[in-house]
Design a protein around this ligand. Sequence first.
Ligand SMILES: [Zn+2]
Ligand SMILES: [Zn+2]
Length: 360
Amino acid sequence: MSEPTGAVRTRLRGYLTDTLAELPAGSALVLRHPDLPNAGFHRGVTLPWNDSDPEDDRAFFDIAYWLLGPAPESADQWYDGIVRGWAERGWPLRSDRDTRPRGTTATTPDGYRLTVRQSVRGHLGVAGSTPPFPAGAAAGEPWPDRIDRTPEPRRELDRAAAELRAELLGLTARLFPGASPELSMLAEPAVLEYREPLRHHFTATLQVAEGGADDVPRAAAVLADAGWLVTAADDRTLTATRGGFRLRVRAYAGAAGLGISGETPGYVLSAQAAPARPEPVVTAATLRAGALLCYECAGLGHCPECLGRGWILDAERRRTRCVECRGARTCPVCAGAGQLVIRELSDPQRQQYPELDPGR
Ligand SMILES: [Zn+2]
Ligand SMILES: [Zn+2]
């Protein structure tokens, strides 16, 4: 039997990822737990929604994962963390029992069910099931072996990517009912602009083999109807923006077909900490005999201007190549050694060390 596709699938996946939000970094849902080699889960199962009614052709999808991360002694706390996260969202809970092994099921307002259950040996399993959907929809891609806990901004960016995908496919379906375009989107977001703080976004493109310049005004009308701000660049290209999303529709010159592309808003995925000062490669205590700490970097070895990153921020907070090391990352005077041999110093270099008593 088929699997849920589209929104149902995205939603269930989102709820499973959200369930990890309350847990420590590094936690993940996995089909195969390394401690339980003989108890792997399958990639979910589609079952009839109502077995007792042959007229009811609806189905639902159910999938279970092991929770990777908690040591057996902290499994109780992790269990409680998951249940607390669901409770804080206001989802009704139902517990199997209060003694171990425990199990709790939450029901979301849109009819998804999530269950956390302890095994006899203390491992935790998390299962999710969908509300009913019409049976017979096409099967989707296989479910992942592993769902990682992701930081909050990344989850929002992933949601934006799903929305972008839906917008591009929805627009294509409106313009060319029955077309089955190939949509391509990278699995990982790209840097939107090299300006601190770095922002990432997703881009997607799809090609439609039919249509042409006449369809660009049709696309403009569909998009304007859906609240997009549409700008026509010329009679074969338009751009549309809405809530930080950007779409572009272009009719190919001299051939049939349209190219539709889009990008999500940019998200700052990690707070940009001040650059850490690297450890010096040499200190007064570890100098070689007959050498002095480099007068430029004082033993750092890394370029003292950019601290070994190779770039600095300009006045607009854009990354630019470091003016001192020109991107080489090492101190230009000692070439990374952090120290200079006294015998090999040039005269101007000697003058940097008044204690050497120049001239003698
Ligand atoms: Zn140096
Ligand atoms: Zn530098």
